[in-house]
Every structure is written in structure tokens, then in C-alpha cells.
Design a protein around this ligand. Structure first.
Ligand code: DX5
Ligand code: ZN
Length: 216
């Protein structure tokens, strides 16, 4: 499995968005994680299409868009058009999981589904063959800088086992409270992509922290 780091732009300096995006563009990180929050699905509001477009202009890296919004089906196509390479919606945020998967597929980008810490991986069994990525939240979505929930490790391992049982090469991505201090156990549990906001942008040398996370 290839190990990948996805710095979360939620922790970037929005006064210097282009500078911070270019810094990630030059780093060893292969994905760039974009957190879209609506103030309804989560108790926080972040940013939308214009910011995504600005980030798209400043990097050629894989843009990983994490939608923390209700009724994602209303906006999926626009996020794909704004430059996403992967659109991930929350299982808990829609009444029409299949419709969302279908819309993302038809937009020509990769399909991701995310589950909150209290949602069991068992709900994914029937849809796993239809998605490319599962994003396991290891904090309650809404804010950067929270502590990693240790029970997430077991969820990641169970999801990896489920994918293996079904003969799938599902990419498992994990989001929340990750740094070079715990990256190793998260990778070893079966994750392939680690999101990191605070750990990267709060570091004195963000590129070095990304390298450390990859080398653990
Ligand atoms: C939280 C977001 C995360 C967040 C991670 O709702 O989905 O992507 O930016 O931030 P850290 O790495 O600081 O926990
Ligand atoms: Zn996220």
C-alpha cells in the first residue's frame, strides 16, 4: 500500500492561501485536503467554491474535497467542476447514498464516503464496491486541532478486513488528530492516506513534518 499525506487547508493561513498551497505543492504530500462545512451538518462554517478554485490554481496535486454538508447531492457537480479530483460526502448527511455515489461518478471524479466516529463500518458493507475511498473520521467533524479518538484504530482495521473479505482495494483515509506522533499506528491499522491539519500547518517546518509522517 502506498502511504500518502493529505494536508488539510482548513489549518492554512487564509491571508496567504496561495503561498501555503504552493508550499504544500512543493512538499512530499500527494493529496491536498479541502474541508467544506455548512454550519448545519457540523457546528462550523469554512469555505466553498471560490476558495476551492483558488487552491486548484495554485497546485496540480490531487484535490481531496471533504463535504461536511447536508444534502450533498445539491452541490456535488459544482465541486467537481470547481476542481476536485475526489468528492467525499458523509453517509450521515444524505437520505440518498446511492444517488450521491452516482452523481459523483457521473461528474468524472473519484468517489468517497465518510463516516463519523459513532457510525459503524458495518453500514458500508453494501456500498463498499461502489466507492473508491472511505474517509474514517477520527474526531467529531467540525474543527481542526482535536485529539485522535483511539477507538478509530479498531474501526480502520475492521474496514480493511471487510475490504479484503470483499476482494476490494478500497483506499482508507483517516481524518482528525493525526501527527508524526501517531501516524505509524494509523498506517499500521490499515490506512493509506492520512489527513493532517494542525500538525502540518502548526509545525515550524511543515514540509519536514510531512516527511516525518511518511517515514514513521
Ligand atoms: C475536521 C476536518 C479535518 C481537520 C483535521 O472536521 O475534517 O480535516 O482539518 O485537522 P487536524 O489534523 O488538526 O485534526
Ligand atoms: Zn476533513
Amino acid at each position: 500500500m502506498q502511504r500518502t499525506i493529505a494536508p488539510s487547508m482548513l489549518s492554512a493561513d487564509f491571508g496567504h492561501l496561495e503561498r501555503d498551497t504552493r508550499m504544500i505543492d512543493r512538499s512530499a504530500a500527494e493529496w491536498v485536503h479541502i474541508d467544506v462545512m455548512d454550519g448545519v451538518f457540523v457546528p462550523n462554517i469554512s469555505f466553498g467554491f471560490p476558495v476551492l478554485k483558488a487552491i486548484r490554481k495554485a497546485t496540480g496535486k490531487f484535490l481531496d474535497v471533504h463535504l461536511m454538508i447536508v444534502e450533498p447531492e445539491k452541490y456535488i457537480t459544482r465541486f467537481a467542476e470547481a476542481g476536485a479530483d475526489l468528492v467525499t460526502f458523509h453517509y450521515e448527511a444524505t437520505c440518498d447514498v446511492h444517488g450521491c455515489i452516482e452523481l459523483i461518478r457521473r461528474s468524472g471524479v473519484r468517489v468517497g464516503v465518510s463516516i463519523k466516529p459513532a457510525t459503524s463500518v458495518d453500514v458500508l458493507r453494501d456500498i463498499l464496491p461502489l466507492v473508491d475511498v472511505v474517509l474514517v473520521m477520527s474526531v467529531e467533524p467540525g474543527f481542526g486541532g482535536q485529539s485522535f479518538i483511539p477507538a478509530s484504530l479498531d474501526k480502520i482495521a475492521r474496514l480493511r478486513a471487510l475490504a479484503q473479505e470483499l476482494g476490494l482495494e478500497t483506499v482508507i483515509e483517516v481524518d482528525g488528530g493525526i501527527s508524526s506522533r501517531n501516524a505509524r499506528e494509523v498506517f499500521e491499522a490499515g490506512a493509506e492516506v492520512l489527513v493532517a491539519g494542525n500538525a502540518v500547518f502548526g509545525a515550524e517546518d511543515p514540509a519536514a513534518e510531512i516527511e516525518r509522517m511518511l517515514r514513521v
